[in-house]
Design a protein around this ligand. Structure first.
Ligand SMILES: Nc1ncnc2c1ncn2[C@@H]1O[C@H](COP(=O)(O)OP(=O)(O)OP(=O)(O)O)[C@@H](O)[C@H]1O
Length: 362
């Protein structure tokens, strides 16, 4: 999917902008507070239906306005043209639109727009909580494996029900609860199998990129499924029944899973510098981009916010080179053009200057 033309209205300081990005590399440059990250954030809404900076949707709506909108004309890998859009009101109502048809189902829109993001906070993928790494893995699965979303949704439903029973101190061994227990375990095992399979495909690609980005380190990815290694989920649920009853929620299952990254045998965050952690994140995202491309025959969109603050010049170039080689549509923001001197070598690029929320092509 490539965005051909974008219109953003009432999004933070972007009152009404319209621009036609490059199918390859788009540079967005401007001083602090000009609106660069807001532009990236608005594009992110098309791929996620939410912001990467705040949980409050109302924070992104322009102060005196009631709703924001992001529309884009795009084309897919077969050359088919599509018009997509996302609107959200202060009343927290959202509408997705695809070729003029309105929908309240976010997955209809986001499944069309595979977007990844790299920002100064991206090291959270490694140093943050396990939920960050589950989200990373689940983004890939959502876009490459159709079955994933329905299994994940059903699992979430059964987990909610089980936690409600635990809070009511219900007897989970009672006959009326046995169906729920067995279905929960079944779905948990299924979700684990899907995730483990995905990580098995991702690992060799990640190791290839880690050799480029972290050449002096030995890296190892592994999956912790969310309960003890040699037991089935039902066995673990039985074992933890009393404990779960005491804490009032379920302590075993894929909702507790993690993707561990070891470097030279120790946890990555114990050994890598902040810059090296960023390289590790870049390698993970590159591998996910490659796996997405080869599995689906589709191309993704990559947003790099504040690239100068993130990576040194060589690594910036290596990262962007790699993404463009995979025919990714890349959007990069930078405060100064000196941060991006290497971009002279790319022929197919467009540069935009943002000033007080207005965007001009250079
Ligand atoms: N809801 C809102 N309505 C209007 N303006 C807003 C709103 N939220 C934020 N702003 C303003 O939008 C401007 C653009 O912010 P943005 O984070 O996009 O800047 P930036 O160009 O990425 O800056 P930096 O280089 O410092 O990261 C800021 O001046 C900010 O105060």
């Amino acid at each position: 999917m490539k965005l051909d033309q974008v219109q953003i209205a009432n999004f933070r300081n972007l009152t009404s902008i319209s621009f036609s990005p490059s199918p390859s590399l788009t540079i967005i440059q401007g001083v602090n507070g000009s609106g660069k990250s807001s532009l990236i954030e608005a594009l992110y809404y098309l791929g996620f239906g939410r912001s990467f900076r705040t949980n409050k949707h109302s924070a992104v709506i322009q102060h005196d306005k009631n709703e924001f909108s992001v529309f884009a004309s795009c084309h897919n890998e077969n050359g088919d043209k599509q018009k997509i859009g996302f609107q959200r009101t202060r009343g927290d109502q959202f509408t997705c639109s695809i070729d003029g048809e309105h929908s309240k189902k976010l997955s209809d829109l986001v499944s069309l727009v595979p977007i990844q993001l790299f920002t100064p906070q991206s090291t959270d993928l490694i140093i943050g909580s396990p939920s960050e790494r589950r989200r990373f893995c689940d983004w890939g699965l959502f876009h490459v494996k159709h079955e994933f979303q329905s299994v994940a949704n059903q699992y979430a439903k059964f987990l909610k029900h089980r936690n409600a029973l635990l809070k009511q101190q219900a007897n989970l061994s009672a006959p009326e609860n046995q169906y729920w227990e067995s279905q929960f375990a079944l779905l948990g095992e299924k979700l684990t199998e899907i995730r483990e399979k995905y990580l098995r495909s991702l690992t060799p690609i990640f190791e290839k990129y880690a050799k480029e980005f972290l050449p002096t380190f030995e890296v190892k990815l592994s999956y912790y499924k969310g309960w003890e290694k040699d037991a089935s989920l039902s066995e673990s649920l039985v074992k933890k029944k009393e404990y779960d009853g005491k804490i009032g929620h379920t302590s075993s299952g894929p909702h507790k899973a993690d993707v561990k990254l070891k470097v030279n045998g120790v946890n990555a965050q114990e050994l890598l510098s902040r810059g090296q952690l960023r390289m590790a994140v870049a390698a993970l995202q590159m591998s996910q981009t490659e796996l997405f491309n080869t599995t689906t025959n589709r191309k993704s969109i990559f947003l790099l916010d504040d690239v100068g603050a993130e990576l040194d010049a060589d690594k910036r170039e290596q990262f962007i080179d790699g993404l463009l080689r995979m025919d990714t549509q890349v959007f990069v923001t930078a405060i100064e053009s000196t941060q991006l001197e290497f971009i002279q070598k790319y022929n197919e690029k467009k540069m935009f200057h943002v000033e007080h929320g207005n965007v001009k092509e250079e």
